[in-house]
Ligand binder design. Structure first.
Ligand code: GDP
Length: 194
């Protein structure tokens, strides 16, 4: 059953001025390109075609907002980690992040990390950016690619590398390992509108 049955694509923003109004609650999803972010969003939200919208050519480099329910949003950030990103993009990325961080509706950050690659420099930079002000939750994705023991080891290595306030879990969009746990974290954060 779809966890967020009313989920729909809201808008793509190339600049902070295009962000939706800063009310309600939203959670951002980020990750290195190919980490499995779109697959994770689809599995967690329970709508297969949702994150396909953000794979549409032209939209992949934008910040995509999805409305999960009234005043509850998921923010899909562009994948990072490719040195070949155009200069214009490298300039606008910090501005977009900064504007996002200032929103009072932003309740936390999900970072999708390919479990076989582990936490990369880009992931750490992003987690540092989120800082203590933002809660962060790391999904170690594609755990179906590892044995149970390897996955357990990867989880403890990643958890040890994380600072306080960052939670880490195993996840697989293919086998649905960890989907419910991720849904619980997302729902709890979205419920926080204080
Ligand atoms: P994104 O670029 O971070 O949005 O990543 P995608 O969701 O498009 O996935 C990148 C690649 O990883 C695709 O070939 C997916 O089929 C694959 N992938 C995503 N999630 C999983 C998973 O849970 N298990 C496995 N084995 N492959 C996955």
């Amino acid at each position: 059953m779809a966890r967020f049955p009313q989920a729909r694509f809201l808008l793509s923003a190339a600049a902070p001025a295009q962000f939706p109004s800063d009310s309600g609650a939203e959670v951002a999803f980020a990750g290195r390109s190919n980490a499995g972010k779109s697959s994770a969003i689809n599995a967690i939200v329970g709508r297969q075609a949702l994150a396909r919208a953000s794979k549409t050519p032209g939209r992949t480099r934008l910040v995509n907002f999805f409305e999960l329910s009234a005043e509850r949003r998921l923010v899909d950030l562009p994948g990072y980690g490719y040195a070949s990103a155009p200069e214009s993009e490298r300039r606008t990325w910090p501005q977009l992040l900064e504007a996002l961080r200032r929103r009072s509706s932003l309740k936390g950050l999900f970072v999708i990390v390919d479990v076989r690659r582990g936490i990369t420099e880009g992931d750490l930079a992003l987690l540092e950016w989120a800082g203590p002000a933002q809660r962060a939750h790391v999904l170690l994705s594609k755990t179906d690619k590892l044995s149970r023991n390897e996955a357990r080891r990867a989880l403890s290595v990643a958890a040890a590398a994380m600072g306080e306030g960052v939670s880490v879990q195993l996840f697989s969009a293919h086998t649905r390992v960890g989907v419910e746990e991720a849904q619980r974290v997302l729902s709890a954060w979205l419920a926080d509108v204080s």
